[in-house]
Write a protein that binds this ligand. Structure first.
Ligand code: AMP
Length: 112
C-alpha cells in the first residue's frame, strides 16, 4: 500500500521517533506548527477514525494512554492540544489515522 505512515512504521521512511510499542508509533512532525509537535499513529492502517470497527476501537484509548506517557516524559505541564483532522474539510492530508499533539506555546482558539 502506498501509505507514507505505513512506510514510516516499516522503517522504509525515516522518522524522529519518540515512542514505540507493538500497536503505536509516535514521531515528530516534519513540519512543526508549534515548538513541540508530534504525531501518534496506530501501526495498523486505518484511513481515519470512522474506519475503525467497533471491535478495534480500543486503539483510541491506547493512543491516549501513550499521549499521557509522552506528556509526562516531555513535561508538557503548561498544556497541549490533541488534534485529529478528518476528511477534506477537516484538513486531513495523510490518509492514515493520526493524532497531532502540539505544545510549547499558547495556541489560538478557534482554529482557522
Ligand atoms: P494532516 O494534515 O492532519 O493529515 O497531518 C499530516 C501531517 O503529517 C502533517 O502535519 C505533515 O507535516 C506530517 N507529515 C507528512 N509526512 C511526514 C513525515 N515523513 N514525517 C513526519 N511527519 C510527516
Amino acid at each position: 500500500m502506498d501509505c507514507i505512515f505505513c512506510k514510516i512504521v516499516k522503517g522504509e521512511i525515516p522518522s524522529k521517533k519518540i515512542y514505540e510499542d507493538e500497536k503505536v508509533l509516535a514521531f515528530y512532525d516534519v513540519s512543526p506548527q508549534a515548538p513541540v509537535h508530534f504525531l501518534v499513529i496506530p501501526k495498523e492502517h486505518f484511513r481515519n477514525f470512522r474506519d475503525i470497527s467497533s471491535d478495534k476501537l480500543e486503539i483510541i484509548s491506547h493512543i491516549f494512554k501513550v499521549i499521557q506517557i509522552i506528556a509526562e516524559q516531555l513535561k508538557l505541564d503548561d498544556g497541549l492540544r490533541i488534534v485529529n483532522n478528518y476528511g477534506k474539510d477537516g484538513g486531513q492530508t495523510v490518509d492514515h489515522l493520526h493524532f497531532h499533539v502540539l505544545a510549547g506555546r499558547s495556541l489560538n482558539w478557534p482554529p482557522g
